[in-house]
Ligand binder design. Structure first.
Ligand code: GLY
Length: 343
């Protein structure tokens, strides 16, 4: 596997080095002799046992229901029992949930120790592991408790994707389409032209998509780490997507996919996006095996948009499109959005 040029995020809490194509087996090169504790989950531990053998490991439960403060306390307890001090390094090896929890536990244990991430899902490689958002859910609200804190390094080993169910790859592709749709029409066209290779998981094509996605995201985070402006672009499809996920329980990738199509339709009305652009987006998502149609009436998901971190009083920073590759942020009243959805 080709090692792509390194990508850097320069955040307030430090510089993050992102390596696409670097094998997990090279982890020790990045831990620089420090005491290292790996946080992983039961699934990842089972699949990649041979790569984790010999490493001091904390194993947490699998799935969203473990993404909470109870699991964070469990990690703190394990670190205290092992007398881990501030010079140690925590490394999260797993999907988005493991990455978000590890980052949060590391950033708060003893007021913050260093951490690195080895994302094992496509979604985590192109989104969760990059940009320093860490945290957990709280009382049913997604990512309600957390901090911005940059990992020291992110290792995107494409080999780790080989054990993923097809559905997980499909869902990760939604976030790559998101990056392309808001910022990079060339990447969008590349995905359209290489649809078969993408679906067939051609390793070189997937690595290129991951590297381009990570580069786009790092470029945005470098200009707006704490999401006070430009970074909101990365929420394209997520206002409707999160509400849909919450209401119906469908996966994040599928919900965001439908959310992006809805946002494109709204863009047709509010910013004159040509219908042809929405059709291209729908075709690409559909071709990749993603969902594009609401499975429930819009009125059902309108209610779930009430508590959204993208909200400022009664307005939401909503991401619209002028064209493929040209997203922009527009404040829309919560009520207007709910009415548009419900009509
Ligand atoms: N997932 C969007 C962001 O990291 O800003």
């Amino acid at each position: 596997m080709t090692l792509h040029p390194p990508v850097y995020v320069d955040g307030k809490t430090g510089r993050s080095l992102i390596l696409v194509g670097e094998p997990l087996a090279n982890l020790r090169r990045h831990t620089a002799g420090r005491r290292t504790i790996v946080v992983t989950d039961q699934n990842v531990k089972r699949h990649w046992k041979h790569l984790l053998d010999g490493l001091d490991t904390i194993v947490i439960g699998c799935g969203e229901k473990y993404k909470n403060l109870v699991t964070v306390e469990f990690i703190y307890d394990q670190l205290i029992n092992r007398q881990v001090d501030r010079s140690a390094l925590l490394v999260g090896v797993g999907g988005g949930i493991v990455c978000d929890i590890t980052g949060f536990a590391a950033s708060t244990y003893m007021r913050g120790i260093s951490f690195g991430l080895v994302p094992t899902s496509l979604l985590a490689q192109v989104d969760a592991s990059v940009g320093g958002k860490t945290g957990v859910n709280h009382r049913g609200f997604k990512n309600m408790i957390g901090v911005f804190s940059q990992p020291e390094f992110v290792i995107c080993d494409l080999e780790l994707l080989s054990t993923l169910p097809a559905e997980e790859i499909t869902c990760g592709l939604a976030e790559i389409v998101k990056h392309a749709t808001v910022c990079d029409q060339k990447l969008f066209a590349f995905m359209e032209e290489n649809m078969d290779a993408v679906i067939g998981r051609d390793p070189e094509v997937l690595a290129r998509l991951v590297h381009r996605s990570v580069t786009i995201k790092a470029g945005i985070v470098n200009r707006d780490e704490k999401e006070s402006g430009l970074r909101r672009l990365l929420n394209f499809g997520h206002t409707f997507g999160h509400a849909l996920e919450k209401t119906t329980g469908i996966s994040h990738g599928r919900a965001v996919s439908i959310g992006m199509v809805l946002a494109a339709r709204l863009s047709q009305e509010l910013s004159g996006l040509p219908a042809e652009a929405t059709a291209r987006l729908e075709n690409l998502l559909h071709g990749l095996g993603l969902s594009t149609r609401l499975p429930v009436p819009g009125s059902k998901i309108a209610q779930a948009m009430v508590l959204d971190k993208k909200r400022k009083q009664n307005a939401i920073f909503f991401v619209l499109l002028r064209a493929i590759g040209q997203g922009y942020i527009h404040q829309i009243g919560l009520k207007s959005l709910q009415q548009w959805l419900a009509r």
